[in-house]
Design a protein around this ligand. Structure first.
Ligand SMILES: NC(=O)c1ccc[n+]([C@@H]2O[C@H](COP(=O)([O-])OP(=O)(O)OC[C@H]3O[C@@H](n4cnc5c(N)ncnc54)[C@H](OP(=O)(O)O)[C@@H]3O)[C@@H](O)[C@H]2O)c1
Length: 300
């Protein structure tokens, strides 16, 4: 763990209750680094902040030189359903806050997404042209563009699919079905390039410590189809692989604007410039699914 720039000043995590923000808090805690964080939930010790109606006075209580900007409307369907309302949160007020800290000479790590691409090109690198095909991707693009055009002191991290440190959501559902001897359906025509939340937080803290600006991709070395991931889970948990059924996702299930043919990103920059280790999708999933072996037949 690296130290941040000024050991006396707390880092600020905007959206400390998010998946990524929670892991940054955990890693800073472990390194005994001071930090403050915002939340909408009334979490103990949190500074209340709603990006829909941000109260700048609350933020004036924190003197910081390092900001991790994790809060956003992250549900892509919600962005599509309310483009104006989510634009205010994900673009207008996000940029207001990034400018606010920039004027106070703080360095910001902003979380963008691989959704700034259309997914038609395999493994684009940080110099590739961006061309989002959904509202969430357009909102991330707008923030990225403004940071670049205004020369704001910020690192922009573009993660692919971030995984919690134990199987949740779809992974937990597959496990429950297979464990109950029922069929688990998983897409054969959609892939993902998973990245553990631990790695995303680690990279962000490294970027903050070194005051790095610019674009940074983080993803697994390759992508894997969802049905292949489900079979890997079944094998690792000692459950019947034959119960995993491949299905072809239809437009009704997942509209094409949310589907990328290629879900991987080129990650040479983090490897070469930060010596950051990049793992294969299979290695990452094996670590995730190892929880299932150790938890036996209880739900993950
Ligand atoms: N997870 C991924 O796979 C992934 C992939 C690529 C990029 N990213 C980006 O990485 C960042 C972190 O993602 P995550 O998955 O950790 O997020 P997350 O777990 O979905 O949490 C989103 C956070 O944003 C907060 N938020 C939403 N609306 C808000 C508002 N109006 N005012 C204040 N806070 C608000 C939520 O607060 P509440 O807790 O109060 O609801 C929550 O803490 C996001 O910018 C996301 O777009 C994520």
């Amino acid at each position: 763990m690296m130290t941040l720039r000024n050991d006396e000043l707390p880092a600020l995590i905007v959206g400390g209750d998010s998946l990524v923000g929670g892991e940054i808090r955990r890693q800073l805690n472990e390194a005994k680094r001071p930090f403050a964080f915002t939340s909408r939930k009334g979490t103990d010790g949190a500074i209340p902040l709603d990006l829909a109606v941000p109260d700048m006075h609350a933020l004036e209580t924190v003197d910081t030189d390092t900001v991790f900007f994790c809060a956003a409307v992250t549900n892509m369907a919600a962005c599509e359903a309310d483009p104006a309302g989510t634009w205010r949160i994900n673009v207008d007020h996000t940029l207001d806050l990034i400018r606010y800290w920039s004027e106070r000479h703080a360095h910001v790590v902003f979380f963008s997404s691989s959704q700034v691409f259309d997914g038609d090109t395999p493994a684009p690198d940080e110099t590739a042209e961006i061309c989002p095909k959904n509202e969430y991707g357009r909102q991330k693009t707008a923030v990225e563009n403004e940071i670049a055009e205004a020369g704001l002191p910020a690192a922009i991290v573009r993660p692919t699919k971030i995984l919690a440190d134990h199987p949740v959501g779809m992974f937990a559902q597959w496990w429950q079905l297979l464990n109950g001897n029922e069929k688990a359906y998983a897409a054969s025509n959609l892939s993902f390039a998973p990245i553990p939340v631990r790695d995303v937080a680690d990279l962000s803290i490294r970027l903050a410590a070194r005051r790095r600006d610019g674009l940074w991709h983080i993803a697994s070395r390759n992508s894997i189809a969802y049905d292949a991931a489900a079979r890997l889970m079944a094998r690792m948990a000692g459950l019947p692989v034959s119960l995993v059924e491949s299905e072809v996702l239809t437009e009704e299930k997942v509209p094409a604007i949310f589907r990328h043919r290629f879900t991987d990103l080129a990650t040479d920059k983090v490897v070469q410039e930060l010596n950051f280790p990049i793992k294969s999708a299979e290695e990452i999933l094996q670590s995730l699914f190892a929880h299932l072996r150790t938890s036996g037949r209880t739900a993950p």
